[in-house]
Ligand binder design. Structure first.
Ligand code: COA
Length: 182
């Protein structure tokens, strides 16, 4: 995997050298992210060096085997501002992946999520051979819905009780983009 860039953001796979900066970003934004992210087991919660190092190493192996693709989102000056990932990759007749993403609150509203997602969709279709990328968002996560609209995802419907966020099975709005939309 290489680096992809727009005129205001770039994405590239994270390495172990990024883990310190990523941990600081996540700890600063813990309350913010916790409101919108599924809760993970303690050893895997993304708020320790160990869990982020394991996540980064797993992402490297997954990318090599085509099972998932994850990137850091960076400013053009190489400041890490967030992360975007394609997971649950299914090949065969589906060629589909699930999109997940976050951008630090202090870097919000500058288009970093939108550009990171655009670049990731570009990667999904033109490099990873996928046909469809889907994303699910809680109705109250207005910024995230706006980001998907800006990145040209289409709203496909509402899925009740879709995903557990902070112990509650939250309904989600489902969005997707396919290669036909390019
Ligand atoms: C959602 C998130 C990724 C957005 O990142 P970002 O870099 O700020 O996004 P962008 O700058 O590309 O775009 C944000 C858009 O949302 C809009 N927005 C922000 N807060 C909003 C609100 N409360 N209501 C409506 N729109 C809002 C902004 O105005 C902007 O749209 P605009 O360009 O038309 O003005 C980020 O806030 C985040 O990581 N949140 C926590 C984790 C999360 O929710 N992840 C996604 C789970 S599905």
């Amino acid at each position: 995997l290489t680096e992809l860039a727009t005129d205001r953001a770039k994405i590239r796979p994270l390495t172990l050298a990024d883990v310190g900066e990523l941990l600081e970003l996540r700890l600063r934004n813990r309350d913010f992210f916790t409101r919108f992210e599924p809760r993970r087991a303690d050893h895997n919660d993304g708020y320790t060096t160990g869990s982020l190092a394991a996540q980064t190493e797993n992402a490297r192996v997954d990318a090599e085997t085509g099972r998932a693709y994850a990137f850091g989102i960076f400013t053009l000056e190489d400041v890490l501002v967030g992360r975007v990932a394609l997971s649950n990759v299914v090949r065969g007749a589906w060629q589909n992946a699930t999109l997940g993403y976050y951008v630090a609150e202090e870097h919000g509203g500058k288009g970093y999520a939108t550009d990171g997602i655009r670049l990731t969709v570009h990667f999904a279709f033109l490099r990873a051979g996928l046909h469809r990328v889907e994303a699910a968002v809680m109705p109250r996560n207005k910024a995230s819905i706006r980001v998907l609209e800006k990145a040209a995802f289409r709203h496909e419907g509402f899925a009740p009780h879709y995903l557990q966020i902070n112990g509650v099975w939250e309904g989600h709005e489902l969005f997707a983009i396919t290669t036909e939309d390019l």
